[in-house]
Design a protein around this ligand. Structure first.
Ligand code: ADP
Ligand code: MG
Length: 254
């Protein structure tokens, strides 16, 4: 288990009578970049949200960073982590959404400082220095004092990535991080993500950017209708899909 960051076995999630995840099996190794593709409504966001404890699974087993975060016994009893353990684990997971969700009344620097400041493990000076370093890393060293409204979409998304990194996560989840951006701003965000991947960050990336998946992904998962239909090396899946549903999806997006 030590080299596995996420392991899902038959993970199910439903909302009321709607079964959204119907038995997801997959594994993300430490240092792996897994890209996830699939039609709208196939359960990609829901799966990321389960990993990050934003949703509770209904059945199956899900381990994150060696911890079993929930499973239902044969016979029906649901086992869950304690609230304190959930909080501890969420600190180790960074998430970036399609919409940037920055605090509008805070500067870029303050946005990146906010979470570590709230946790107060370190001095203010330390937090500030690291936030500044992270903004440099995403190419925004010159924009630290800007408010979100004074930044382009691509710049805001790069601040959001820096903010997620500020808690020094072990795992980064990206949910269509470039889908809301003007086409000319997509590259700068993907470049930051490429840098992270190069530095060895474990990442699960829901994306429609097949070029990114091919170039940066270690694995590519195709989800449809609440199931993993196909998983493999990105080049393989993209050029030689095995399943009809994958072929159909790729024929629409490539
Ligand atoms: P994707 O990210 O692949 O587009 P989602 O995980 O967002 O798919 O959604 C999968 C399905 O679950 C959709 O049919 C959606 O309407 C439904 N769903 C997601 N979240 C909720 C919720 N909180 N309540 C009810 N239905 C939901
Ligand atoms: Mg989604």
């Amino acid at each position: 288990m030590n080299d596995v960051m996420v392991r899902a076995e038959q993970v199910c999630k439903s909302f009321g009578h709607v079964d959204v995840l119907k038995g997801i099996d997959l594994e993300v190794r430490n240092g792996e970049v897994m890209c996830v593709i699939g039609p709208s409504g196939s359960g990609k966001s829901t799966f990321l949200r389960c990993i990050n404890h934003l949703e509770k699974i209904n059945a199956g087993r899900l381990w994150v960073d060696g911890k079993l975060i929930g499973y239902r016994e044969h016979g029906g009893k649901l086992h869950e982590l304690k609230e304190r353990e959930v909080a501890a684990q969420r600190k180790d997971i960074g998430m970036v959404f399609q919409r940037f969700n920055l605090f509008p009344h805070m500067t870029a620097l303050e946005n990146v400082m906010e979470a570590p400041q709230r946790v107060k493990r370190e001095s203010g000076a330390m937090v500030r220095a690291r936030a500044a370093e992270l903004l440099e890393r995403v190419g925004l060293g010159g924009k630290m004092g800007n408010y979100p409204a004074q930044l382009s979409g691509g710049q805001q998304q790069r601040v959001a990535i820096a903010r997620a990194l500020a808690m020094q996560p072990k795992l980064m989840l990206f949910d269509e991080p470039t889908s809301a951006l003007d086409p000319e701003l997509v590259g700068e965000v993907l470049d930051v993500m490429k840098g992270l991947a190069r530095d060895g960050m474990t990442m699960v990336v829901v994306t429609h950017e097949m070029g990114f998946a091919r170039e940066v992904g270690d694995s590519l998962v195709f989800m449809d209708d609440g199931l993993v239909v196909e998983k493999g090396a990105p080049r393989e899946v993209l050029s030689n899909p095995q399943h009809e549903r994958t072929k159909l999806f790729l024929s629409k997006v490539l």
